[in-house]
Design a protein around this ligand. Structure first.
Ligand code: KE4
Length: 428
């Protein structure tokens, strides 16, 4: 493939935008080479500025579960934009999307719209702190909940349970309030909670970790997490920004049958426009301004275009048979990729929850950040480049999840599996 125009654009972008991108992972630094610049997208396809075509398994990092430029979403947006783009006043659309979300997530009595997953997670944490009067939070190693200061924290060294900043610019004082434990490690979690519960406001987790690739909760982990938090008056926040409407219509909480106290959503509920949301039980959400004292606001929160895209997306997703079709194609892709790696003689571990998945270049069973990092990232980089060259666009990092959409066909998956087999042979 030729990428002359992309390279020229990237060179220009590097002089104007930090790293040439508006979000770090897009720069392809984890896989080497330069990012391709996208001209347009339709269905399961991306079209770059050099005229190359790709089957897309990134789908804007999850939101485009219907596929790109779904005609019904596009038509609804065309009509909506004629009525204006934002009013800074309540609209029937935000009432409609709130109603759809609450019907799909019975653990939530009330929900507030924001503009990103980061805002959803940071706001949910502030409300949990306001509700409990406690300052500390627990997160799991490798989980990503957006880039708010208190969440860019890694486990402190040695016995200390206090976090240390994971990025310059995050004050140590913020990091000290964030405790990090390994995902799926209920013993470590229990120890910290038994020692510190009086100062812990919440545990926030991705119920399926999509930011270390795709790490599934081990049997019983979520149940024990739920019991431990309930027994100690700790708010359990499921960050379902990625898993929401993705792992199933009712998210991971429906898939695993666990009721969190609060939920964060994003991505799919915006249908590709900027939306985040957080919600929970009424006694907790009554803390949120102007109903309660915990302040949170946003100029474009609930804006009519994002609401329109979200409503149309959920309307289509709620139709009978949609998730059966998604499941059928996701299972076909899973089988194809596992068989391709095996036939090529490459050691991989494949994990999937609904239509999010990851193939790790390791023979180790992946249950947390440490085991995920046994993956051979140089093999992954070669695999990534070979797939790109064969017209298959996967996430440019071993530690990101892949996604399929309603627009992906059996033919797309057959082509993907063939490209994967040839690419596995190349990395062997
Ligand atoms: P945003 O602020 O990027 O909308 O959402 C943050 C966020 C919160 N919670 C979870 C579980 C998430 O996966 C995310 C964002 N996901 C990344 C993908 N790893 C977005 C891609 C990017 O950062 O460019």
């Amino acid at each position: 493939m030729e990428w002359k125009k992309s390279h020229k654009l990237f060179k220009k972008a590097l002089g104007l935008i930090p790293g040439g991108v508006n979000s770090p992972v897009r720069a392809f630094r984890a896989v080497g080479g330069n990012p391709v610049f996208i001209e347009r997208a339709k269905g399961s396809r991306l079209y770059d500025v050099d005229g190359n075509v790709y089957i897309d398994y990134v789908l804007s990092w999850g939101p485009l579960i219907l596929g790109h430029a779904h005609p019904e979403v596009v038509n609804a947006l065309k009509k909506a934009v004629e009525k204006g783009t934002s009013y800074g006043a309540p609209t029937p659309l935000e009432v409609e999307l709130a109603d759809l979300v609450l019907k799909a997530y019975p653990s939530m009595d009330k929900v507030r719209m924001v503009n990103s997953g980061t805002e959803a997670a940071m706001s949910a944490i502030r409300v949990a702190r306001g509700f409990t009067g406690r300052d500390k939070i627990i997160k799991f190693e490798g989980c990503y909940h957006g880039h708010a200061d208190g969440l860019l924290v890694k486990a402190g060294s040695g016995a200390t349970t206090f976090g240390v900043p994971d990025s310059p610019g995050v004050p140590k004082s913020y990091a000290r309030n964030t405790i990090t434990v390994p995902f799926n490690d209920i013993r470590a979690l229990r120890t910290v909670i038994e020692q510190e519960w009086k100062s812990i406001a919440c545990v926030i987790t991705e119920p399926v970790v999509g930011n270390i690739g795709c790490v599934l909760p081990q049997p019983g982990f979520l149940e024990k997490l739920r019991k431990l938090t309930k027994d100690h008056g700790i708010v359990l926040i499921f960050d379902e920004v990625m898993t929401g409407f993705r792992v199933s219509y009712g998210g991971a909480q429906e898939y695993y049958g666990i009721k969190p106290d609060m939920t964060c959503l994003g991505k799919v509920i915006g249908g590709g426009l900027p939306v985040g949301a957080y919600g929970g039980k009424k006694e907790i959400m009554s803390m949120v301004s102007p109903e309660g004292p915990v302040y949170q606001a946003g100029t474009l929160s609930g804006n009519p275009l994002a609401m329109t895209a979200g409503i149309e997306t959920l309307r289509i997703l709620s139709k009978k048979g949609v998730y059966d079709k998604l499941e059928k194609h996701a299972a076909m892709l899973e089988k194809g990729l596992i068989d391709a790696a095996k036939t090529a003689g490459v050691k991989t571990r494949f994990y999937r929850a609904g239509t999010m998945f990851c193939s790790y270049f390791t023979g180790t069973h992946v249950v947390d950040y440490t085991t995920a990092k046994t993956a051979d990232t140089s093999k992954f980089s070669k695999f990534f480049s070979s797939m790109l060259d064969r017209g298959v666009y996967i996430a440019p990092s071993q530690f990101e999840a892949g996604f399929i959409s309603l627009a992906h066909t059996a033919k797309d998956i057959e082509k993907t599996v063939r490209a994967a087999y040839e690419s596995f042979l190349k990395v062997k």
